[in-house]
Design a binder for this molecule. Structure first.
Ligand SMILES: Cc1cc2nc3c(=O)[nH]c(=O)nc-3n(C[C@H](O)[C@H](O)[C@H](O)COP(=O)(O)OP(=O)(O)OC[C@H]3O[C@@H](n4cnc5c(N)ncnc54)[C@H](O)[C@@H]3O)c2cc1C
Length: 212
C-alpha cells in the first residue's frame, strides 16, 4: 500500500507499506461486476483505522512513489504479454472459423476482404510480439530506456488486442457476438489491458516524457 506520510513533500511524501489482510481494520467490498476478466476477482479494500508498525515500511520513508514508478516499468510488460496472448488466441480461433464457414458457395476464407483482415491482424500481433519481447529483455537487463519501451509495449500490445479481438468478432459474424464462441469474451478481456497498470493515455504521457 502507498500512503501519504508527508503531504508537504507531494510525490516525495509518499511511502510504501506491507499491509496484511489479517490486520485489524482491513476488509473488502463486494466483488465488482465487470465487463471482462471475470476469472480474476476485483474488490475494494477498506482501511478502518489500520495501524501498521514501522518495520512494515518498504524502503526509506518518502520513496514509495519512486518504488511504484520503478515497479511499473517492469510490470507493464506483463500486461503487454497478457494483451498479446489474448490477441493471438482471437486470431487463432478466427483463422480456423473462416475455413469452415461457407457463404456464397465457398469458405469465407476464400474472400479477399477476409484475407486482408487476417493479414492485418497477424501483422499487428507480430509487431506487438517483437515490441513486448524486446521490452521484456530490457526489463531483465535493467536497460536505461526501459521506461519508454515498457510503456510502448503495454500501450501498443493492448491497442492491438482491442483491434484484433474486435475484428475476430466481426469475422465470426453473428456467432461472434454470442457466448457460444470464445471471441466475445476475448474482446471483453482485451479492454482491461488498455486501462489497468496505467491507462493508455497515461502510457503516452510516460513515453512523451522519456522519448528515445
Ligand atoms: C479490473 C481492474 C483491476 C485493477 N487492478 C488493480 C490493481 O491490482 N492494483 C492497482 O493499483 N490498481 C488496479 N486497478 C486500477 C487501475 O489501474 C485504474 O483504474 C487505472 O489506472 C485508471 O485510473 P482511474 O480508474 O482512476 O481513471 P482516471 O484517472 O479517473 O481516468 C479516467 C480517464 O481520464 C484519462 N486521463 C486521466 N488523466 C489523464 C491525463 N493526464 N491526460 C489524459 N487523459 C487522462 C484516463 O486515461 C481515462 O481515460 C484495477 C482496475 C480494474 C478496472
Amino acid at each position: 500500500m502507498m500512503a501519504v506520510t508527508d503531504p508537504a513533500k507531494r510525490s516525495k511524501g509518499i511511502s510504501a507499506f506491507v499491509v496484511e489482510k489479517s490486520d485489524e481494520g482491513v476488509s473488502f467490498g463486494a466483488p465488482e461486476k465487470k465487463l471482462g476478466i471475470k476469472g480474476s476477482p476485483t474488490r475494494e479494500v477498506y482501511l478502518d483505522n489500520v495501524r501498521v508498525p514501522a518495520d512494515r515500511m518498504i524502503g526509506e520513508e518518502g520513496t514509495g512513489f519512486a518504488t511504484a514508478m520503478k515497479t511499473l516499468d517492469h510490470t507493464r510488460i506483463t500486461i503487454a504479454a497478457q494483451a498479446l496472448g489474448i490477441a493471438q488466441g482471437a486470431l487463432d480461433y478466427a483463422k480456423g472459423y473462416v475455413k469452415e464457414r461457407k457463404q456464397f458457395g465457398k469458405p469465407i476464407a476464400d474472400f479477399q476482404g477476409i484475407q486482408f483482415m487476417l493479414a492485418d491482424m497477424a501483422m499487428k500481433i507480430e509487431a506487438a510480439r517483437q515490441l513486448t519481447y524486446a521490452a521484456a529483455a530490457k526489463s531483465e537487463r535493467g536497460d536505461a530506456d526501459l521506461t519508454f519501451q515498457g510503456a510502448a509495449a503495454k500501450c501498443f500490445a493492448s491497442d492491438v488486442a482491442m483491434e484484433v479481438t474486435t475484428d475476430a468478432v466481426q469475422l465470426l459474424g453473428g456467432y461472434g457476438y454470442t457466448r457460444d464462441y470464445p471471441v466475445e469474451r476475448m474482446m471483453r478481456d482485451a479492454k482491461i489491458t488498455q486501462i489497468y497498470e496505467g491507462t493508455n493515455q497515461v502510457q503516452r504521457i510516460v513515453m512523451a516524457r522519456n522519448l528515445p
